[in-house]
Design a protein around this ligand. Structure first.
Ligand code: AMP
Ligand code: GLY
Length: 426
């Protein structure tokens, strides 16, 4: 089996690391990949958005499966692009069709889907320039905080939690009248603020059946104690201590199953990973968002806990046979801590040499490379989030301390990581 993995982050290194452990994988290519994926297969210099080049590469190299890591190519229709072309129609693309990927690509689409399928989520209304005045009135009468969401993909920046009406009205004006988040962001979802603890739940869907993967919790803020600006994610833990059987059952019955049956009923083709961004409000799960992919850095804890052959799971997904496989999960706790370049999520340096990578091997830990590239023999930083270290332990604290210890053995200029990942749990 020849596989092409699309993407370049820590998530893709974790997927590549797992894929090459399978006897079913004869050759793995990664486009464009990073300095970590290069150790698992062959990096190919093609952008994730260049469907023409990706499909030509797949034909020339007789690729059987394409695994798509990030949302952008999915929301832009990579699945449909491959299906429509005679030369690539037989290739299994792991990821939803364009229309189904709108679950992530359009907040309004996702909210309407949840409403149609009775899936618990925050109460909301959507507004555009055509009902702008009503939007103003809606905000004025809304309880605080009020949440404003730009409709389209906005690189994680399109959600604003406003604690007063003046700020909310000003932001609403910027979004609709001045396209603060681009054309797609001129549609705005205004919703109620939910107060609770967030968690990430993942399934692999084959369009008929689903396989529940280990859940995780992401630490989004830059600073210790969950302070400062939001990031792509500074660390993750799996499993999540408050997810017991009762809570998990509510998630399955109220959220996952209606989502999978809703997709089927609405003929939204979905053979891929589906990420439920949930919030636990006093023991009740609600959906904050859908993502049409795996999370990063959640993948760095979820994938290492899966004991199954991942390629076997991907083949079962492609053939709609996920009902025939059983997930086998490592009971140990995994904690990933992300090392970032100083200044991230704002301006930060790249091109800094990373030292200590070869010497740092500790049993029970894995270094996943994120924004990195090779520069001759050196590995240098090439993004805000640079490395994730995942460690296993019997307790969250033990695993987190080991990841922190590992990161202390590594160095690049202005490297920073949160030393308190998972410390909100005992
Ligand atoms: P999203 O892009 O929808 O995931 O939103 C980004 C982040 O904003 C989420 O991870 C939450 O932390 C927060 N958020 C979004 N919607 C809500 C809401 N209705 N109530 C509270 N927090 C929210
Ligand atoms: N870590 C959150 C995400 O991947 O969207």
């Amino acid at each position: 089996m020849k596989i092409l993995l699309v993407g370049a982050g820590g998530r893709e290194h974790a997927l590549a690391w797992k894929i090459i452990q399978s006897n079913l994988c004869d050759k793995l290519f990664i486009a464009p990949g990073n300095a970590g994926t290069e150790k698992c297969g062959e990096n190919v210099d093609i952008k994730v958005s260049d469907f023409e080049k990706l499909s030509a590469f797949c034909v020339a190299n007789k690729i059987d499966i394409v695994v798509v890591g990030p949302e952008e190519p999915l929301v832009n229709g990579i699945y449909d692009f491959f299906k429509k072309k005679h030369a690539t129609a037989h290739i299994h693309v792991i990821g939803p069709a364009k229309e189904a990927a709108q679950l992530e690509g359009s907040k309004a689409f996702a909210k309407e889907f949840m409403r149609r399928n009775n899936i618990p989520t925050a109460a909301y209304k959507e507004f555009t320039a055509s009902n702008y005045e009503q939007g103003i009135e809606y905000i004025r009468n809304h309880t605080l905080p009020v949440v404003l969401k730009a409709d389209g993909l906005a690189a994680g920046k399109g959600v604003l939690i406003c604690t007063n009406h003046i700020e909310a009205l000003a932001e609403f004006e910027l979004m609709i009248q001045r396209a603060k988040f681009g054309e797609a962001g001129k549609k705005v979802v205004i919703e109620e603020f939910l107060d609770g603890i967030e968690l990430s739940v993942f399934v692999l869907s084959d369009g008929k059946n689903y396989l529940l993967l280990p859940e995780a919790k992401d630490y989004k803020r830059i600073g210790v104690g969950g302070t400062g600006p939001n990031t792509g994610g500074m660390g993750a833990i799996s499993p999540v201590p408050f997810v017991d059987d009762v809570f998990l059952n509510k998630i399955k019955v109220r959220i996952i199953e209606p989502t999978i049956s809703g997709l089927k009923k609405e003929k939204l083709e979905y053979k891929g990973f589906l990420f439920f961004g949930l919030i636990n409000v006093k023991g009740e799960p609600l959906v904050i968002e859908y993502n049409c992919r795996l999370g990063d850095p959640e993948t760095e804890v979820v994938i290492p806990r899966i004991k199954n052959d991942l390629v076997e799971l991907l083949i079962a997904t492609a053939h709609q046979k996920l009902d025939e496989v059983k997930i086998d999960v490592d009971p140990r706790i995994a904690v990933a801590v992300m090392a970032v370049s100083g200044g991230y999520p704002n301006e930060h340096a790249i091109g800094k040499e990373i030292e200590g990578l070869n010497d740092t091997v500790i049993e029970g830990s894995i270094i996943f490379y994120a924004g990195t590239k090779k520069d001759g023999d050196k590995v240098v930083s090439n993004g805000g989030r640079v490395l994730a270290v995942t460690s296993f332990g019997d307790t969250i604290r033990e695993a987190a301390e080991q990841s922190n210890y590992m990161l202390e053995q590594l160095y690049f200029e202005d490297m920073y990581f949160r030393e308190d990942i998972g410390y909100d749990f005992k």
